[in-house]
Write a protein that binds this ligand. Structure first.
Ligand SMILES: [Zn+2]
Length: 172
């Protein structure tokens, strides 16, 4: 698998183009339709994956769905994909996990040294804690590709968010 990151739109959202042979998956096309099409080239787009439906992650979605004639979040089209529900930032937040490659595309759930805000519509800090606990059970050597900013390692982020969980739980 190869992973290409394109930074799109005003909020500098990470759009990822995954290639597995000819098969191509687009994750979070927030903007820049033409640039995404150019990067996909002659690749055979199987589906477009959306981590959550905030505007900065879906700006180019409708146009690309029509162009490639595919469905959104058509998980059965993606070999080796495990979908993990990671609510908190929004109640539709998903993490796309590829166990063989040891990578996760986590949208606005986790960032490098941070995680998603929970004060927007459908956000929930208690759901965020549940999701952090869930992701804490996965291996440290998984590489995270977040919705904004640089990739990071899950093991490194655990150091950060376990403190936060302890802090909040003791506070309550
Ligand atoms: Zn978001």
């Amino acid at each position: 698998m190869t992973i290409k990151r394109i930074i799109v739109g005003e909020l500098e959202t990470n759009c990822y183009i995954l290639r597995m042979g000819k098969d191509t998956i687009i994750i979070d096309p927030g903007d820049e339709v033409e640039e995404i099409k150019k990067e996909v080239g002659s690749g055979n787009v199987k589906t477009i994956l959306i981590t959550h439906f905030h505007f900065d992650h879906i700006g180019a979605l409708d146009e690309l769905l029509k162009y490639y004639k595919v469905k959104v979040n058509d998980f059965s089209k993606v070999e080796g994909l495990k979908v993990i529900k990671t609510k908190g930032h929004t109640n539709d937040s998903l993490t796309f996990y590829f166990p063989k490659e040891k990578i996760m595309f986590c949208g606005d759930f986790l960032f490098k040294n941070s995680f998603g805000r929970t004060d927007l519509e459908t956000g929930s800090s208690s759901m965020m804690i549940e999701s952090l606990k869930l992701i804490n059970s996965y291996n440290d050597d998984i590489k995270l590709y977040p919705g904004h900013g640089q990739p990071t390692m899950l093991g490194q982020e655990k150091l950060y968010f376990t403190n936060y969980i302890n802090y909040l739980e003791n506070d309550w």
